[in-house]
Design a protein around this ligand. Structure first.
Ligand SMILES: C[S@@+](CC[C@H](N)C(=O)[O-])C[C@H]1O[C@@H](n2cnc3c(N)ncnc32)[C@H](O)[C@@H]1O
Length: 269
């Protein structure tokens, strides 16, 4: 079953938090891509669901052009701002989404990357469309934090979930609907697509975080988006409760995360 989320509403109001608190991906991932696909500054890459540029910005120096596409205008604005700070001036920031790719009149692509965005798309239809856009030697690269349930959650996850449930209910919100994790894994969907040869590469790394960072991170999630709260007073009360509870239970103030990055590198057989 395909659930159609409205891309325009999922991440509204999260962008400043996203730009500041989302960790992005380890440098080893970008070196891996550069080696594996012999990136030499000549390639064209589509980064679909680019957010504030977690892939597009570090990838830009390796290729000729990154076309960074996202349905959320404020994500694109933050991305442009961060790219300017990093001197990444070869990124073409475009408003769009997976359901309307054809409207972007894209050139032939060497790679299409999706960082934590494939689950928002109609995956089979998207892969069929990418098959018409990606060159013979090219690939689809899907990045995520690994399958849910595979990793031990950080000790503070339960505290955060309890407070979220108190304020927003037990269901994981997604815009004006709720999120259902797809039954089929990304790897399974890729394996029956034109890009059926799938290699999985993983990296585990540590990201130091303090209380401000762990609280700010929450507002970068679609299901914790500031817009999910009925009004600013309730959001502020939620933030206050979250800070107090986390500071009481974890007085050391160290919320260092162990992050598992998983890349599915999908090529044609
Ligand atoms: C979790 S963020 C990932 C951002 C960034 N790629 C990263 O790796 O951190 C998901 C992004 O996908 C975008 N998005 C949601 N639905 C989409 C769709 N149907 N097509 C393309 N992008 C979509 C959201 O606006 C959001 O910026």
């Amino acid at each position: 079953m395909n659930i159609h989320y409205d891309p325009a509403e999922l991440f509204a109001s999260t962008a400043p938090y996203y730009a500041r608190y989302r960790p992005g991906y380890p440098p080893e991932f970008f070196s891996y891509l550069a080696d594996r696909f012999a990136l030499n500054g000549a390639q064209t890459v589509l980064d679909l669901g680019c957010g504030t540029g977690q892939i597009a910005i570090p990838l830009a120096p390796h290729v000729a052009r990154v076309i960074a596409v996202d349905p959320e205008p404020s994500m694109l604005d933050e991305g442009r701002r961060l790219a300017a700070e990093h001197g990444a001036d070869t990124i073409d920031w475009r408003h769009g989404d997976s359901h309307h790719l054809h409207e972007l009149t894209l050139p032939t692509l060497d790679l299409a990357t999706m960082g934590a965005s494939f689950h928002w798309t109609d995956r089979d239809a998207l892969l069929a469309e990418l098959d018409t856009l990606i060159a013979a030697h090219g690939a689809v690269v899907v990045l995520s934090g690994g399958a849910p349930g595979e990793h031990t959650p950080a000790p503070w996850e339960e505290t955060i979930t309890d407070i979220r449930t108190r304020y927003l209910g037990p269901a994981r919100r997604a815009g004006s609907s709720t999120y259902t994790h797809p039954k089929e894994s990304h790897a399974e969907v890729l394996a029956r697509s034109p890009f059926s040869h799938v290699d999985t590469v993983t990296w585990t790394w540590h990201l130091p975080r303090d209380l401000d960072a762990i609280v700010g991170l929450q507002f970068s999630y679609s299901y914790f988006a500031p817009a999910q709260f009925d009004d600013e007073n309730i959001r502020a009360r939620f933030e206050h409760d979250l800070r107090t509870e986390l500071a009481t239970q974890f007085p050391h103030g160290d919320f260092t995360d162990i992050i598992h990055t998983e890349a599915l590198i999908a090529t044609r057989p």
